[in-house]
Write a protein that binds this ligand. Structure first.
Ligand code: NAP
Ligand code: MG
Length: 491
């Protein structure tokens, strides 16, 4: 009886009692009605004469009209970047560093505005845009500003030279942060850039173009062309590009690799993932449960390195499952502009349909679906936090990247079995290991084929730490000295 009462009290505490009043963010997002292309240091109308709407997944409201760059526009962007390259690459590193510091500080000055714009355009909770995306983007510019005048230490005894014009294509899950990951190292080394943001999330890149203008960066050093896949393909194929840096899906990554074969262009690919989060019976279970929640529900699970496959030791499966379900009850799904929201809007209708299709496939293959009762907003794209149990390694939901707030649970008995199951995937981007034993962590981590392995934590990022994949998760690293070297030629 006493246990039952205790259980009810806990459920009340974590489930029902914690209801906050809405706390919507009110800072203005500063979004223009229309954005041209940013070429040669100014916003210009597209030669294609085409525009498209950018909507908010929060409520499907139109936010702005964005230029759709055609081939002639991409040509103009590359021409501007090529013209800017000689002077920019010859600038002393300390001078380039000053521009990067300026960009970082300008972003900090307008951090609130950028966070609101990111949340409106992409659907992520304002708490994450404000506390993670924007400060982390600024940190990448600060970090690489620091490298700009110390390049001789990045490659001691060698000369590290800029490659030329770099074409960069980024996805919609961390729009501003992916821009920072791409621009900062390229610029620090003296490259000039043509960047294409994702169609559904171009706004913060275009707002960043305002900062580039305000920072007085020489015209043409950074050019931003907006559009969908075809614009991306034109950026990738352009003969002026010395290197292509792509973050996105594995299927597009494979196409790019085929397209670039034999051209001599450098290539880095940051692609999909299906990260294993491994919990041993000796782990601190409550801490692990928080890590599992953060690992899969951060940014609605639109995270390439999400811990979407939970591997839990058989002896603790029941307790972990029970605690997870309880914790999921206290997650708030809804308006991303509300500071109390944990899970915001799914980035697009298309992505919502993909998540729904995969979860349905899981159900028809026999998975048990657990979703806490939650009221979702009527407009916009929302998906409740979802847990799938009773699945095996051959289920589609275990094999394929869902890129949504959906976690599959599998079990294992021994460390060897955990490693075998964790590596049983086409991807190799991230993994997590939860255990009380440092030696066990090291033994397991060293056998995992993943670019990042977190120990008793998950989804931790730092500009100094290289990030990237194995196998179908791509190749090349971003961040740290390793990421910097990807943008230079050693002579
Ligand atoms: P996506 O469809 O591959 O799109 C990525 C970018 O490529 C977008 O800007 C897209 O434009 C553009 N694009 C589409 N087709 C293209 C083509 N043929 N040539 C050149 N560019 C093209 O991927 P997504 O669905 O937006 O993003 C989710 C994927 O990114 C997931 O698989 C995720 O794991 C991966 N991701 C990986 C990392 C990492 O660091 N490893 C980080 C974040 C995301 P439009 O969107 O405008 O069509
Ligand atoms: Mg949008």
């Amino acid at each position: 009886m006493a246990t039952k009462k205790k259980q009810v009290a806990r459920e009340l505490l974590f489930g029902d009692l914690w209801e906050f009043d809405p706390a919507p963010e009110t800072a203005p997002a500063g979004i223009a009605d229309r954005y041209g292309l940013f070429i040669g240091g100014e916003f210009v109308a597209p030669k294609s004469k085409k525009w498209f709407d950018s909507i908010s997944p929060r409520d499907e409201a139109k936010l702005s009209e964005i230029a759709l760059a055609g081939q002639a526009d991409v040509d103009a962007a590359y021409a501007a970047a090529a013209k800017a390259f000689p002077a920019w690459s010859k600038l002393p590193g300390a001078e380039r560093g000053k521009y990067l510091y300026r960009l970082a500080r300008l972003l900090q000055d307008r951090a609130r505005e950028f966070a609101v714009a990111e949340t409106l355009d992409g659907g992520k909770p304002i708490r994450e845009a404000r506390d993670f995306d924007v400060p982390m983007a600024a940190a990448h510019f600060f970090y690489h500003a620091g490298w700009a005048d110390k390049l001789e230490y990045a490659a001691p005894g060698r000369d590290l030279r800029a490659l030329g014009v770099v074409g960069q294509v980024i996805p919609w899950n961390f729009p501003l942060l992916m821009l920072a990951w791409k621009l900062a190292p390229a610029l620090a080394l003296g490259n000039t850039v043509v960047l294409k943001p994702a169609e559904t999330t171009s706004i913060t890149a275009l707002k960043f173009a305002e900062l580039i203008r305000d920072a007085g960066l020489p015209p043409g050093v950074v050019n931003i062309v907006t559009g969908a896949g075809e614009t991306g393909a034109a950026v990738v194929r352009h003969k002026t590009a010395a290197k292509i840096a792509f973050t996105g899906s594995t299927s597009v990554g494979k196409w790019i690799q085929r397209e670039l074969a034999g051209t001599g262009k450098r290539l880095t690919l940051e692609l999909g993932g299906k990260g294993a989060n491994i919990v041993f019976e000796d782990a601190a279970i409550d801490q692990a449960v928080e890590g599992i929640i953060n690992g899969i529900f951060f940014n609605q699970g639109h995270v390439c390195c999400a811990g979407s496959r939970l591997l839990v030791q058989e002896s603790i499966e029941a307790v972990v499952l029970r605690k997870l379900k309880l914790r999921m009850k206290s997650l708030r799904t809804g308006d991303p502009l509300d500071k109390n929201t944990d899970i915001g809007a799914i980035n697009s209708k298309q992505q919502w349909e993909r998540i729904t299709e995969l979860v349905d496939a899981g159900a028809s293959e026999g998975a048990e679906i657990h979703q806490p009762a939650c009221e979702l907003p009527k407009k916009g794209f929302y998906f409740p936090p979802t847990l799938l149990s009773g699945v095996t390694q051959s289920h589609r939901v275990v094999k394929e990247e869902i890129f949504g707030p959906v976690l599959s649970i599998l079990t294992f008995r021994t460390p060897d079995e955990a490693v075998e199951k964790a590596n049983n995937t086409a991807y190799g981007l991230s993994a997590g290991v939860w255990t009380d034993k440092g030696s066990k962590y090291l033994a397991v981590a060293s056998q995992l084929k993943a670019g990042v392995v977190w120990g008793n934590s998950f989804n931790k990022f730092d500009p100094t730490s290289p990030f990237g994949g194995f196998k179908e998760s791509g190749f090349g690293r971003e961040g740290g000295r390793q990421g910097l070297l990807e943008y230079g030629e050693l002579v």
